[in-house]
Design a protein around this ligand. Structure first.
Ligand SMILES: [Zn+2]
Length: 477
């Protein structure tokens, strides 16, 4: 029998507000344990939460960008449960009237599948603290710094049937939220994490099978592998005549497998009730209109504009607009006078190469547009050849070093001296009569060797085109 996998996603995104959702503590990542908290976010008796306006603004912005309906009369609810990292023993969340419903996210996978993922809802809530397990001391400690960091949870319908689709959606979501500036979406710091709901059913069936939920996956790699593992596990169970149990499972990165954590709880287990400490929100048309007016240019709009204004190939445009920081970098270079196609080539080749080698994100790199533009212009003016420029680029990348100074101290400037070139060619020709004979006997390869030798003689500082031309001319003599 052939099986199909059905996946729904719940994505938690930490919002990039300066302060927490219900108090004025900082949301900054890290910090010594329990230094970013106060009586409100640790739920001390007698304290009252006050909603951070920015959280609402960011949630509405995200909702508009995901083509959702904004709930004009919206409320918070209390979700009761005890966990050591949640000192209040309840989480303020939204169940009955989430801020956004019925969104739509068009995606395109790497192999070209296009579909629309339906968003069931997007709601606001507070994050819990963190438990730090210390296996050496055999202790678990509570760090409440993350308590009250604002989150939006985005819940899709079960519209995915492969890891590839899930990843295309997450890439799209990440890019959208970064363009909006509502989250940095740093998966390694837990700013974006996913719960994957997965079930299998016979291909063509319209009924859903029993699903399991895998919690807190925080890298694309873990998500893809967890999906592959869990589909296979469920199919094998069913084929052996056993049943899939509805439960929450934990993905163990090291063992490459999922393990049962607890049987799946239902909403009623949490005894949700309307949060009595926060009044309902009434969102008026004027507020919504002002948010819509402030929406920035998103990736799709940029793609159209790049094609129209710069005539760049589609591939280049996709690469450049994939990350907002990269698109901003590109635009700034062009505004400083660099040729768009040259800039795109440098970004796709050298910049992305360095970022990937150093596992950095574009928004965290120190290299600035003026530095890259300087290099591009030096190549254009014939002061550096392309190969040397790449070496200079690699040298200045980490600290955004001074290009002029580096070129000067390492005397890398291109030598445009016809006399020196002629002398180098003469020397190389005198030393390599065999190569000259080979070339004249029809061995094209000998040309490359001679050009290389002259370039070496010039210490790599000659203009490659001039060297090539000079060697060819001398071979004709
Ligand atoms: Zn606080």
């Amino acid at each position: 029998m052939t099986w199909e996998t059905v996946i729904g996603l719940e994505t938690h995104v930490e919002l990039a507000t300066r302060t927490k959702i219900f108090c004025s503590c900082t949301t900054e990542f890290g910090g010594a344990p329990n230094t970013h908290c106060c009586p409100v976010c640790t739920g001390m008796p007698g304290t009252l939460p006050v909603l951070n306006k920015k959280v609402l603004e960011f949630a509405v912005k995200a909702g508009v960008a995901l083509n959702g309906e904004i709930t004009r009369h919206c409320k918070f609810d209390r979700k009761n449960y005890f966990y050591p990292d949640l000192p209040k023993a309840y989480q303020i969340s939204q169940l009955y009237l989430p801020i956004v419903r019925n969104g739509r996210v068009p995606i395109r996978t790497e192999s070209g599948i296009e579909k629309v993922i339906r968003i069931h809802e997007l709601h606001m809530e507070e994050d819990a603290g963190k438990l730090v397990h210390d296996p050496w001391l055999d202790q678990t400690r509570c760090d409440y710094n993350r308590c009250g960091v604002p989150l939006i949870e985005i819940v899709t319908e079960p519209d995915f049937c492969s890891a590839e689709e899930v990843i295309a959606y997450l890439e799209k979501l990440k890019s959208t939220l970064q363009y909006l500036g509502v989250s940095d979406c740093k998966m390694q710091e837990g700013s974006l994490r996913c719960d994957v709901n997965l079930s299998v059913r016979p291909a063509g069936s319209t009924e859903l099978g029993t699903r399991t939920e895998m919690k807190n996956l925080s890298s694309f790699k873990a998500i893809a592998r967890a999906i592959a593992y869990e589909s296979k596990r469920q199919i094998e169970l069913i084929e052996e005549g056993k049943r899939v149990i509805q439960e929450t499972r934990r993905w163990d990165e090291n063992k490459d497998a999922t393990f049962a954590m607890r049987s799946k709880e239902n909403a009623q287990d949490y005894r949700y009730f309307p949060e009595p400490d926060i009044p309902p929100l009434e969102i008026d048309q004027e507020y919504l209109d002002s948010i819509r007016r402030q929406q920035p240019e998103m990736a799709e709009d940029k793609m159209t504009r790049y094609q129209r204004d710069y005539g760049l190939p589609v591939y280049d445009i996709q690469m450049l607009t994939g990350q907002k920081a990269l698109a901003d970098f590109f635009e700034r270079c062009v505004s400083l006078g660099a040729d768009p196609k040259q800039t795109a080539n440098w970004i796709m080749g050298q910049v992305l190469g360095q970022l990937s080698a150093k596992t950095l994100e574009a928004k965290d790199m120190k290299l600035t547009p003026p530095t890259l533009v300087k290099l591009i212009l030096m190549v254009k003016e014939g002061r550096l050849n392309r190969n040397t420029a790449v070496k200079v680029f690699e040298a200045v990348f980490d600290e955004d070093g001074d290009v002029e100074e580096y070129v000067k101290t390492h005397s890398l400037e291109q030598v445009n001296d016809p006399g020196a070139l002629a002398a180098a060619v003469e020397k190389v020709f005198a030393a390599n009569p065999q190569s000259i004979a080979d070339f004249r006997a029809g061995k094209e390869k000998a040309l490359g060797f001679l050009v290389g030798q002259v370039m070496r003689e010039m210490k790599g500082k000659a203009d490659p085109q001039a060297v090539n031309q000079s060697v060819r001319e001398n071979l004709k003599k």
